[in-house]
Design a protein around this ligand. Sequence first.
Ligand SMILES: O=C(O)CCC(=O)C(=O)O
Ligand SMILES: [Fe+2]
Length: 201
Amino acid sequence: EYSRQVIELGSCLLKLTSEALGLDPNHLLDMGCGAGLAVLGHYYPPCPQPELTIGAPDHTDYDFITILLQDHVGGFKILYQNQWIDVHPKQGALIVNAGDLLQACISLYLKLNIVAILLVTNDKFVSSRHKVVANKVDPRVSVASFFMTETLQVIEPIKELLSKDNPAKYRGTTAKEYVDYFRAKGIDGTSALLHFKIQIN
Ligand SMILES: O=C(O)CCC(=O)C(=O)O
Ligand SMILES: [Fe+2]
């Protein structure tokens, strides 16, 4: 039931994002940005010395958008204007992150917490950097829902968003190639997107 509702919400967010880009509301859905859903459950045990451990390290997500449900414990932070900001838990609230693939597709502006939006938007959207810090007292549970295309579908900057003055900044890839590279590189504080950037002289 949760996946069903999250798919509905994800479709709605992808439609609004398409409209925000000046595209037909179904554009991102027709590209398959909502075709695949991966749901990941996280458990963060409490730690007596939280400063010595890592909850989830600083990263951006590798998908188009992520819908995140966190419990009452807290610890989720996003990087905004070079400062780590706490996203306090709020009953009934979900966090939406823009992911790397969205960035490259649309090249856009919303600092949402979603993953593959950056590539298709040709940087119009920016994928959010976020992390989770552990705490001394309570275990923390979260559920992250990642929206992705089918593994072998080509993902590239949306043609309608490109022009002579705004040429493609990323080469085409597939969800499989992107995720394989993201995983092989590891979370090291640099963006996997750099590997897919076209060098413009
Ligand atoms: O546990 C959380 O709140 C965030 C998890 C996360 O960032 C991820 O799964 O990509
Ligand atoms: Fe994440």
